[in-house]
Ligand binder design. Structure first.
Ligand SMILES: [Zn+2]
Length: 316
């Protein structure tokens, strides 16, 4: 299993951030151990492996030439910490579930970005508990906490259109200036959003496993809702949804629009490879649909491989 602790520690060292910010190694280790422990590893999807996956993807985007030459060390530190902590203490159910079950978190955050606020406040709690930034001036550490919050809150998928139209407008007007602090922060938010939902852009064998895990978590929520005679949330009913249709909808309406804009911003080999995988993976899920309609047995035994699909095709 990928270890969130060793990956994050490796990246912090790789970017020279431990030395630059004079971070105490004992505190860094303790912070990362607590982060890993705060993830619920019995969640099929929202666990520390997902956090490690997002942190790895974030590192790849931070290395993209446009970002690498403009980001400050502080941006990189915040980007990595936000990725590692962005789903901290995730309960394995979504916001509508917390709202309809009158969970205390829904009341605390007034039904708005409930999970993301909780992930952020949990991360701040661990930063303070371990005193990771206690050697920095108070104003600096408070500013780090605020920016961490702004990055984590951007991962709220229900606010996707807001971020995406702002990104699109900037790209249309060609006015993103990465020398500008707020523009840089906005691009970091977009990078974290991409990292969070990049599973459909991974090669099929990996992507498929993530899809199965996330759907397992959705269906588990649906089962709890049925058990307690609550209305079953969209995409959470295993009797009316299949992994394929959940994935095709997610790819079409959420992932493709985001990555199309990301590729306009950073038109690199990585971006084109991700769009290529996305297209192939969607075709694979589409090919599985008729079998699933006829019976799940058939679908389970005839999983098409992306190798059987036309390679290099970028048109979906
Ligand atoms: Zn996430």
């Amino acid at each position: 299993m990928i270890c969130l602790i060793s990956l994050t520690l490796y990246l912090l060292t790789h970017y020279g951030l431990i030395e630059l910010f004079q971070l105490d190694m004992v505190k860094v280790r303790r912070f990362l151990v607590l982060v890993q422990e705060d993830y619920h590893n019995h969640n099929p999807y929202h666990n520390s492996v997902h956090a490690a996956d997002v942190t790895q993807a974030m590192h790849c985007y931070l290395k993209e030439p446009k970002l690498a030459k403009s980001l400050t060390s502080c941006d990189v530190l915040l980007g990595l910490l936000a990725a590692a902590t962005h789903d901290l203490d995730h309960p394995g159910v979504n916001q509508p579930f917390l709202v309809k079950t009158n969970h205390y978190l829904a009341a605390l955050y007034r039904n708005t970005s409930v999970l993301e606020n909780h992930h952020w406040r949990s991360a701040v709690g661990l930063l303070r508990e371990t005193e990771l930034f206690s050697h920095l001036p108070t104003e600096d550490s408070l500013n780090m906490e605020r920016q961490l919050g702004s990055l984590i809150l951007a991962t709220d998928i229900s606010r996707q259109n807001e971020y995406l139209s702002k990104f699109r407008t900037h790209l249309d007007q060609e006015d993103l200036c990465l020398g500008n602090t707020s523009h840089r922060h906005f691009v970091l938010q977009m990078a974290l959003k991409c990292a969070d939902i990049c599973n459909p852009c991974r090669p099929w064998e990996l992507s498929k496993q993530w899809s199965e895990k996330v759907t397992e978590e959705f269906f588990h929520q649906g089962d709890i809702e049925k058990k307690h005679k609550l209305e079953v949330s969209p995409l959470c009913d295993s009797e009316t949804n299949s992994i394929a249709d959940v994935q095709i909808g997610f790819m079409t309406y959420v992932v493709e629009p985001l990555f199309a804009e990301w590729a306009r911003f950073s038109d690199t080999r990585l971006s084109q490879t991700m769009l290529g995988h996305l297209c192939l993976n969607k075709a694979s899920w589409n090919a599985m649909q008729p079998e699933e309609a006829e019976g799940e047995q058939a679908a389970a035994t005839e999983e098409p491989s992306s190798r059987a699909l036309p390679q290099g095709s970028q048109e979906c």
